[in-house]
Ligand binder design. Sequence first.
Ligand code: NDP
Length: 465
Amino acid sequence: MNDLGTYMAYDYDLLVIGAGSGGVRAARMSATYGAKVAIIEEFRVGGTCVIRGCVPKKLYVYASRFADQFDLAPSFGWQVDASFDWPTLVAAKEKEITRLEAAYTANLEKPGVEIIKERAVVTGPNSIKLLGSGRELTAERLLIATGSHPHIPDIPGAEFGITSNEAFDLPTLPKTILIEGGGYIAVEFATIFAGLGVDTTLIYRGERVLRGFDEDMRIGLEAGLTTRGVRLIYQTTVASLAKMGDAVHATFSDGVTAPFDAVMFATGRRANTRGLGLETAGVKLNEDGSVAVDAYSQSSAPSVYAVGDVTGRAQLTPVAIREGWYFAETVYNNKPLAVDHSIIPTAVFSEPEIGVVGLNEEEAATHGDIDVYVARFRPMQNTLSTKTERMVLKLITEKDEGKVLGVHILGPSAAEMIQLVGIAVGMGATKADFDRTIALHPSAAEELVTFKAPSYTYRDGKKTS
Ligand code: NDP
């Protein structure tokens, strides 16, 4: 019904723009609840995560980790004569994401979602235009799920650099690569390329990679990357790029110039809202260009909703999926649900791997008196070798065996562990709850339930030993 109380005939109940993690889930669930839905996608069904993000990234991380396994193999009696073939990996990855794309497509089609492969722009609060065919479509509601794109610093010669969009499909594996950035993508790709034998340099404007993470995780990762041959250049940026023959010459902010086979920007991602016509629908944007939404993913235009990266809340696939699902529950299943963004377990698939849930030490110390428990040890798989790398598990609790505020893990299987610890932390578990749990031996995770005295504490914001 429109504002005048009369029925308007729309082509659809819901038009979703963007068939990535959030859009697909929202479309599928809304259709399941009886809505007439079309989803519009200009590239490939699956979005960044499936096509050129999480999924291929994890596959490439697996590929890169064989380097560590081959290093360890002799300590267990194995002799390995290994070599790596990049085109084989690229082709295998392509086969897998094509399979996933087909599965996503089938999952949309099953409940009756129409898939339209074109670029769309919004032309009003209830309408869009398809740029290829010129068709106009109307719907009672629009859902913006257009995701985000890699941000490239505005420097001379930026066009000679690549981003994670291109990195998975390079025609040949570069011999040398420069990666700019100190976030998730920079350290994950540094891990991948170094593991595959590429001479890898990471350049970051800050003092240490992964700003915002717990300091022990940052220090441990820095050591791990260095051990694996990654050259780290801090407090420096790429000032310009120039192409000379096959090489890309990077000039740094300190005036140094060096040639690389490839230069990759991993300098954050920005919401895909430019040129989308959202202003025609009266949709307000945040300062960073993302769509401003309320807890139910509704924008300032009542008929327009947005989920996923385009809202700038948390650029993570499971969050987008949850936002898409809760949108459908709220709007099409009469069950208003708001996503809780306060406790989000997250992992960095670097080497060593990092898993985090809750507050880091610095943040927790501002929340009252806390106890910090830290275990550092050589992972068991390394004990037969000369590898000295340490695993770190850190538990941060309110004082005197109180509520667990944060868990930080650096080392093998950190991501798998943190997913499960996240359940306990989300339930408000205390140190005493952890202690009651019987240890599983031998495992690294058992350290989390066998801590005796705190390693150190904070009282009135001050560290005490
Ligand atoms: P991040 O925000 O994690 O990191 C961006 C990095 O680029 C920061 O180190 C930042 O520095 C630096 N940077 C930003 N702008 C500039 C600039 N103009 N010049 C130089 N350096 C700059 O973004 P990513 O690109 O790594 O990843 C995007 C998002 O994707 C992540 O936030 C994450 O949510 C998601 N993601 C999640 C993964 C996972 O869950 N495992 C994996 C990959 C991505 P500074 O620290 O100083 O701001």
